[in-house]
Design a protein around this ligand. Structure first.
Ligand code: ATP
Ligand code: MG
Length: 397
């Protein structure tokens, strides 16, 4: 068996949109499966044929991370004749598994309406042949231990079982919704937010604010390692922009009242990220904020952080609680990295008593005392490092 049949969710996909979706999906799948595999669209399905059946596991691994994939299954492909279908069901599908199963079901779909038997007739013919070959097992359509799926399509018939069916992550193929820039810290939340944005079809890159000499190389490595994991889901390299916030933080901490530091840092980050996004043509920003009573995440403070910024900023985690976010980060593969103990840039300058309900006028007043802020923000962009990150490699650009 060297074929994988990929299903995607067709809901809400019409006309041009659908073609765009399929083409993006084929493109992403092609990029992540072994190089010599062929990837073809087939009316509502994508068929992946491996040159080497030994690559099956690797291809399945890759597909389980492709956004837009609803499910996939290794499948037997035969010509569309009732004899070939029956033989394939008997020889290739129902082996040892059926002996253990007390009952089985058949589900046939016939998208080739020219085929001489109806779905119901195919079920009956194949079902009977299986029962004759395996007396003792019964057909039970409602509560079976084993289901055989048969899809009669124009270019051949696919057979697979529910045991081979695996879930994909769903969502939309990366790139279908354009591009976004995530504010990626070393924490648990922002990698999950980035992943959720990718799931909705955004091709994501990231900006990480480091704060050397207050934060070390290890903190930066941590974020680049998070980007490696996210790049695997993205299916292509992820760019990580790394400006230093150190001088901005120094300016703020020397001039503004301590209670406002956190909000002012976040406002600078927002402005710098917006400027990078405009320059590099990203469509929106993504942050890992949720609603919480910590200093940057009350409605008042989120308002103050965003005031003055016009780029769309989405916060996919806004209604998540921590337990959900942690579970998701474990599934994504970022949790173990996020929980490595290194300081992020804001914990160095954490005020003892941060404002949680800052009024915008007061925030602006505090900020106006930091006269070099704009210059320092521009300098941070001019001097930033840029990395190109793939699962296997981190390169400076
Ligand atoms: P996270 O787990 O993502 O760090 P958090 O719950 O710790 O989130 P905050 O530290 O208040 O929340 O930060 C809120 C959001 O601001 C982060 O999710 C991230 O998007 C952005 N952010 C914070 N610090 C940085 C940083 N050093 N570089 C880039 N983005 C940052
Ligand atoms: Mg954080």
């Amino acid at each position: 068996m060297n074929t994988l049949l990929v299903k995607y969710s067709e809901i809400a996909l019409k006309g041009r949109n659908r073609r765009f979706f399929e083409d993006r999906l084929v493109h992403t799948i092609q990029a992540v499966v072994p190089e010599d595999a062929t990837v073809k669209k087939e009316r509502g399905r994508i068929r992946v044929t491996l040159a080497d059946a030994g690559d099956m596991r690797q291809a399945e691994e890759a597909l389980s991370r492709v956004f837009g994939v609803h499910s996939f299954s290794k499948a037997v492909v035969v010509e569309s004749s009732i004899e070939a279908i029956t033989d394939a069901a008997l020889d290739k599908l129902v082996g040892a598994e059926l002996h253990e199963a007390a009952s089985f079901a058949l589900e046939t779909r016939r998208s080739d309406k020219g085929f001489e038997y109806t779905s119901k007739q195919i079920n009956e013919i194949v079902g009977k042949a299986i029962q004759e070959a395996h007396p003792g097992v019964s057909v039970d359509l409602n509560d079976s231990d084993f289901t055989i799926f048969i899809e009669v399509r124009e270019k051949g018939t696919y057979l697979y079982t529910d045991k081979d069916l695996q879930s994909g992550p769903g969502g939309l193929p990366v790139g279908m919704s354009g591009t976004g820039l995530a504010l990626l810290s070393g924490g648990i939340d922002s990698p999950v937010a980035t992943w959720l944005a990718m799931k909705r079809g955004l091709s994501m890159d990231a900006v990480y604010f480091h704060s050397a000499p207050y934060t070390g190389e290890k903190a930066k490595e941590k974020v680049l390692d998070l980007a490696r994991v996210l790049a695997r889901w993205k299916g292509e390299a992820m760019r990580v922009y790394v400006p230093s916030l150190a001088l901005v933080q120094k300016e703020i901490s020397e001039n503004a009242p301590e209670g406002y530091w956190t909000i002012l840092f976040r406002r600078s980050m927002q402005r710098i990220a917006e400027r990078i996004a405009r320059q590099k043509k990203y469509g929106l920003l993504v942050t890992g904020d949720s609603l919480a009573q910590v200093a940057s995440q009350t409605p008042e403070n989120l308002t103050a952080v965003n005031a003055g910024s016009t780029i769309l900023t989405i916060r996919p985690l806004i209604g998540y609680d921590k337990v959900e976010t942690v579970a998701r980060s474990q599934h994504i593969g970022t949790y173990a990295i996020s929980t490595r103990p290194f300081e992020d840039c804001c914990s160095v300058f954490t005020p003892s008593n941060p404002k949680t309900k800052a009024r915008l006028v007061d925030v602006e007043k505090a900020e106006s005392r930091c006269r070099s802020l704009e210059k320092l923000e521009n300098q941070a962009i001019e001097e930033m490092q840029v990395f190109e990150v793939t699962p296997g490699k981190i390169q400076t650009v």
